[in-house]
Design a protein around this ligand. Structure first.
Ligand SMILES: Cc1cc2nc3c(=O)[nH]c(=O)nc-3n(C[C@H](O)[C@H](O)[C@H](O)COP(=O)(O)OP(=O)(O)OC[C@H]3O[C@@H](n4cnc5c(N)ncnc54)[C@H](O)[C@@H]3O)c2cc1C
Length: 544
């Protein structure tokens, strides 16, 4: 490799590998990608920031999957149910592909031994998985397929050849304190979404790194205005599992019911109330039978209550709404074709790192689209990357490479304090009155702050003398980049659609029924996606 990051402080000898396909991220999307690529004969390396199988949003949760029998009526119903919620931005051909591929891949999971429960007719019910069990199987299957896994090895940047084609990535092995680099024919980004270190369950590793790496290599984003997912959680816990709040009553401190508050459509009312006072909750609508089923279905939902000595069915407890950003939003790296290639040559994207608008428009909510997308897009991205890499032959490994990373990696200015950057970005994206209830003036003012933070992260992190310090500084830069694409897109979308709410434009505007692309680093741009429904000729809006 030609140039290491200039702030590298690692002591140990670098680990240098070659592969046909490098997968970055080892959640559902990354493991399906790795398995798919290996099954097509590619040599695969998978690098995860944490421990593949225990890291990311699915690993500690239970996920519902958009799994629908191949019955035309059932499928039509499944597709129709989300159209209006998603603001009519989804694409039917992608929905069909995802439903087919998910159905097929979940059958593999059953063959590999996932213990799906059975119904009264003895048939397996395959509409959801427990995260720990699911990811344990995925790790085993990937290893059996010959994939080399690098655990605790965050990627920090992509490597490009001198034609600007993506040809690998570099990062650090945090436990060995040593740099790693993988020269590869193609790279799949499956680094999950960005939850801005909000402490929501499973999101501590989800800082938008993949989006930043992709943008530095020429990738584009899509749907970044649909990035303001907040989930209900007990105020004293990180467990953001919202499904069970359908059985809840929401009350003020004095016990009066909050009219209109609810876990589905009434979430805005909860957020508005939380702006001025605490909100209390009780799962009092669940009967005895439902309570037993709930405990069995999601045991980890109850852990924080049990620890605090609270019975959520009979006791009132305080709730909050934690930001999950693009994790349960729908925006991410733009997908350019059916193989999940991005607009950067040699680079593929899958799972929450990629846009999910193609199957659910501007809103996922429940409904399990993200899990189905992770399975299917992972499978296609791995297959696409393998075909591309194998077509390059030996040339893939004889290229001279350079690192594409800049912000927080190759300093060009004064020092910055990473913790201050994180606090700065959180104070723009966390408050409900900035991110959930958006206005022209609020977005403008946040963009001014965020642009200032972006200029700051071009400098040298004060924490650059340690491996962890470099990782955290780079995460902070990725969060700033993500927030800028989010708010620049939200500023351009002067209407309310999907999860994007403009207080100053409360109605959906028929003229804006198209997807928005965005990108850029020092200068952020936003323009309509010419391939989406009714898009006008792309006209770019820029923000510096
Ligand atoms: C609490 C919770 C419950 C959810 N429940 C559902 C549900 O029921 N149904 C549904 O459809 N969706 C659900 N989701 C959405 C969920 O995020 C996706 O379904 C799924 O996890 C996406 O898979 P992924 O592989 O893209 O991302 P993740 O599972 O988040 O995995 C990303 C991986 O990338 C790694 N990574 C990150 N950055 C780097 C880097 N720089 N270098 C290397 N590795 C990196 C992480 O360590 C992690 O292992 C839920 C999300 C949360 C937070």
């Amino acid at each position: 490799m030609s140039d290491a990051f200039s702030i590298s402080t690692q002591q140990n000898e670098p680990l240098e590998l070659t592969a046909d396909v490098l997968v970055i991220g080892g959640g559902p999307a990354g493991t399906w990608a790795a398995w798919s690529a290996a099954s097509k004969g590619a040599r695969v390396v998978l690098a995860d920031k944490g421990y593949c199988g225990a890291s990311g949003a699915t690993a500690p949760s239970g996920v519902g999957v958009w799994y629908v029998q191949p019955d035309p009526e059932e499928r039509a119903k499944a597709k129709a149910s989300r159209e209006a919620l998603g603001g009519f931005l989804a694409d039917h051909s992608w929905m069909d592909r995802v439903l087919d591929q998910t159905y097929e891949n979940v059958a593999h999971l059953a063959q590999w031994g996932y213990p799906f429960p059975t119904n009264e007719r003895g048939e397996q019910v395959r509409r959801g998985m427990q995260g720990p069990e699911y990811m344990k199987i995925m790790r085993k299957v990937v290893k059996q397929a010959g994939v080399k896994i690098l655990d605790h090895s965050p990627a920090l940047e992509l490597l490009l050849d001198f034609d600007g084609v993506v040809a690998g990535a570099a990062g650090v092995q945090r436990q060995e304190n040593r740099p790693w680099s993988v020269k590869a024919g193609a790279v799949v980004i499956a680094t999950g979404g960005c939850a801005f270190l909000s402490k929501a369950l499973g999101t501590n590793v989800l800082t938008g790194d993949g989006g930043l790496m992709a943008a530095e290599a020429g990738g584009e984003m899509s749907g970044m205005e649909f990035s303001n997912a907040y989930s209900l959680a007990p105020a004293f816990s990180s467990v953001t599992k919202s499904a069970y709040y359908s059985w809840a009553s929401f009350t003020y401190e004095d016990g009066r019911v909050i009219e209109g508050a609810g876990s589905q459509r009434g979430r805005s009312i909860i957020a508005k109330t939380l702006l001025t006072q605490p909100v209390f909750c009780q799962l009092d609508k669940a009967d005895d039978e439902t309570q037993v089923w709930m405990r069995k279905g999601q045991p980890n939902f109850f852990l924080p209550f049990d620890r605090a000595g609270i019975n959520p069915f009979t006791d009132r407890f305080p709730v909050t709404m934690r930001l999950e950003g693009t994790v349960r939003g729908t925006g991410g790296i733009r997908i350019a074709d059916t193989t999940c290639a991005t607009t950067a040559p040699g680079l593929y994207a899958a799972g929450d790192a990629a846009t999910r608008e193609l199957i659910c428009g501007g809103f996922t909510g429940g409904g399990s689209h993200n899990a189905a997308w992770a399975i299917s897009s992972g499978y296609w991205a791995g297959g696409g990357a393998a075909a591309y890499a194998l077509s390059l032959g030996e040339k893939a490994h004889n290229r001279r490479l350079r690192g594409a990373g800049r912000a927080a990696l190759r300093p060009a200015g004064a020092g910055f304090d990473t913790a201050e950057i994180v606090r700065g970005v959180q104070s723009e994206v966390t408050p409900y009155d900035k991110n959930l209830f958006r206005t022209e003036a609020g977005l403008r003012s946040s963009l001014v702050e965020l642009n200032g933070l972006w200029r700051a992260v071009q400098g040298r992190p004060e924490s650059a003398s340690t491996t962890e310090g470099v990782i955290q500084a780079r995460q902070a830069a990725a969060m700033v980049a993500t927030a800028r694409w989010m708010y620049a897109s939200a500023h351009v979308r002067t209407e309310t659609r999907g999860m994007h709410k403009r207080v100053d434009h409360p109605a959906q505007s028929p003229e804006q029924q198209y997807r928005l692309l965005s990108g850029g680093l020092d200068t952020v741009w936003v323009k309509p996606d010419p391939t989406s429904v009714a898009a006008p000729a792309p006209k770019e809006t820029v923000s510096r």
